[in-house]
Design a protein around this ligand. Structure first.
Ligand code: 5GP
Length: 188
């Protein structure tokens, strides 16, 4: 660490685009980079772990946290609430760490309004067909949930131009490589 304040990176992209896999590799390669764990009212999916994937809370608790101004940003997505901890992100940036927020587009817009000097990156699927295949391949969601996520994805894609960078996730290696280049050039 250099003693300087860290940089905030915001990564968004439709659900099922494979952001998680690319980000995992990205985080493994960069010691100074921290993933901000969000708070959500969504129920854990199979295999998800409290404090690793999310902090899972009730809607009542989440609303109380909004009242307490605990979130840097928050949004409702697909019927659930999601929020970024203001305290955690501020503390880590001040300690000199770079932070990644993996959030949806409404939250990104809220961060952009705050002039936090955040670097925004949109991860795109190679095509609509591939996105649909990937969403179905996950098999953790009902057909209704898949349909809901597909239409949310279409809406989200309309916002890709708002981001400073757009990266197509064709393969994990290629998307990771492009993300790493963005990181290195933004750090210098
Ligand atoms: P999922 O339910 O698939 O884990 O997440 C649904 C969407 O919520 C994804 O686009 C994810 O990036 C987004 N998300 C996760 N955490 C946050 C957050 O703290 N704030 C906002 N605005 N979106 C989030």
């Amino acid at each position: 660490m250099s003693g300087k304040t860290g940089k905030l990176f915001i990564v968004a992209g439709p659900s099922g685009v494979g952001k998680g896999t690319v980000l995992k590799k990205f985080l493994e390669h960069n010691d100074n980079l921290i993933y901000s764990i969000s708070t959500t009212t969504r129920k854990p999916r199979e295999g998800e772990v409290e404090g690793v994937n999310y902090f899972y809370v009730s809607r009542e608790k989440f609303e109380q946290m909004i009242e307490e101004d605990a979130f840097l940003e928050w949004a409702e997505y697909s019927g659930n609430l999601y929020g970024t901890s203001k305290k955690y992100v501020t503390k880590k940036l001040n300690e000199g760490y770079d932070i990644i927020l993996e959030i949806e587009v409404q939250g990104v817009k809220k961060i952009m309004k705050k002039n936090l000097d955040a670097v925004s990156i949109f991860i795109m699927p190679p095509s609509q067909e591939v996105l649909e295949e990937r969403l179905r391949g996950r098999k953790t969601e009902s057909e209704e949930a898949v349909q809901k996520r597909l239409s949310a994805a279409k809406e989200e894609m309309k916002n890709a131009h708002l981001f400073k960078y757009q990266i197509k996730n064709i393969t994990v290696e290629q998307a990771f490589g492009e993300l790493q280049s963005v990181y290195e050039s933004e750090k210098n």
